[in-house]
Design a protein around this ligand. Structure first.
Ligand code: UDP
Length: 398
């Protein structure tokens, strides 16, 4: 188990000490996080590193996951898609499965905490079904700047009960929300298996294990198999790059338990790569493999069409690997075009391919972008900064 002082070598004593000082006043306070998946996707990733460190500070933290049938997750994924702008058949049945699953949570969970933090829309209605005796905070991780109106106005009846809302970016704050809102950027944990330094022997071992040859430049995208991450578009871009420079594409993705669309997207991508040895598609939940691929890639792509924040981008930037990523959602918060990576229009395949080629042609440029990116992540997107933000919110809210 990690302790906060383990981060001194990375962020310095001053920041670690500030975190310890800030946690005074929160000792013994009981905080409950609720989300919809213990594994897979950025929210689970964040909770996996944030919760143990909050506990280490003397806060009593619980983390619970809403239980739901397949139907519930099908419906909440449709809500998610609609909140990102897609059409939906917003039936009474969908709404009823959504609220009934939330109501059910009251039968297997008691809440006697000093504050409750609800992540994303899946458990949003819980605030209505519990007797509210403490502040409730809604932590919205998605881009809500252009939601489907019908779904948004339906969800607002629950949102309005919250005491505070936390967004990942200023641009995501809807104009019609009166609730006290604040922005907290997500973060990565530099000491996890996914992000820590690893030696060449480990890299070679995992490349061999998964049959990934590094005899030519590797381009990768690491993301859940989700249409919003546009894996098929990544293949299109790869074809253009590969016409100019002989290289290899690795698409690594795992499934999230709250995303029932994953298997279908995976099948379709795997089908496109069938019989080819220059496109490797891996469906595997493995932190060490994520680390290895982010390090061996000459370029990491993130060709998302929508993106709440994109921790995969942060993870690659931290490793100093050059990134070519979409200028959407939370990605431009992390990537300054031409300084810490390249921002591209994800629909413009020529532009994406030409930025990748620019880096492949000029390793010095790649190294320069990667170096600046690493320093920027160190300053803004590590778990220690994230903890400080949450301590401030909790101190001001409880
Ligand atoms: N991830 C992983 N294995 C994979 C694909 C993704 O562990 O095969 C992790 C990735 O490293 C990151 C998280 O899942 O930590 C994805 O977060 P992000 O914010 O990029 O996107 P989300 O999935 O939340 O839309």
């Amino acid at each position: 188990m990690k302790h906060l002082e383990d981060y001194r070598d990375i962020v310095g004593d001053e920041i670690v000490s500030e975190i310890f000082q800030k946690s005074k006043g929160l000792y013994g306070k009981k905080i409950l996080h609720v989300n919809s998946s213990y594994q897979g996707g950025g929210v689970a990733e964040i909770l996996n590193h944030l919760v143990p460190l909050m506990s280490d500070l003397g806060i009593e933290v619980d983390w619970r996951v809403i239980h739901g049938h397949h139907d519930f997750f099908n419906i909440t994924k449709k809500f998610h898609n609609a909140l990102q702008g897609e059409e939906i058949n917003f039936s009474r049945l969908k709404r009823s499965v959504y609220t009934e699953t939330n109501k059910q949570f009251t039968t297997y969970s008691n809440i006697d905490h000093d504050a409750v933090i609800i992540h994303d829309p899946q458990p949003l209605p819980l605030v209505r079904y519990f007797k509210k005796r403490q502040p409730w905070i809604w932590r919205a991780h998605i881009d809500l700047s252009e939601p489907n109106d019908e779904v948004w106005s339906y969800l607002k009846q629950f949102i309005i009960r919250y005491d505070k809302i936390i967004f990942s970016a200023n641009d995501f704050i809807p104009s019609d929300i009166g609730t006290d809102s604040e922005v907290i950027y997500p973060s990565i944990d530099p000491l996890t298996v996914k992000n820590k330094d690893i030696d060449q022997a480990t890299i070679d071992k995992y490349l061999a294990k998964y049959g990934i040859k590094d005899d030519k430049p590797i381009i990768s995208q690491i993301s859940r198999f989700d249409k919003w991450k546009d894996p098929e578009g990544v293949i299109e871009v790869f074809e253009r790059v590969n016409d100019e420079v002989d290289c290899r594409l690795v698409l690594l993705g795992a499934m999230a338990t709250d995303d029932p669309e994953g298997p279908r997207v995976y099948e379709s991508v795997a089908d496109k790569a069938k019989g080819r040895d220059d496109i490797i598609v891996i469906n595997k939940e493995s932190d060490i493999l994520v680390n290895v691929i982010q390090r061996v890639s000459s370029v990491v792509m993130q060709k998302s069409l929508k993106e709440g924040f994109g921790l995969t981008v942060t993870e690659a930037l931290w490793k100093g690997t050059p990134v070519v990523a979409s200028d959407v959602g939370g990605i431009p918060l992390q990537v300054t075009d031409g300084e810490t990576g390249f921002l591209v229009d994800p629909e413009d395949y020529e532009e994406v391919a030409s930025r990748i080629l620019e880096i492949l042609d000029d390793p010095e440029l790649g190294a320069k972008l990667g170096g600046s990116a690493h320093r920027n992540v160190k300053e803004h997107f590590l778990i220690t900064r994230h903890l400080l933000n949450w301590l401030d919110v909790l101190k001001n809210t409880i």
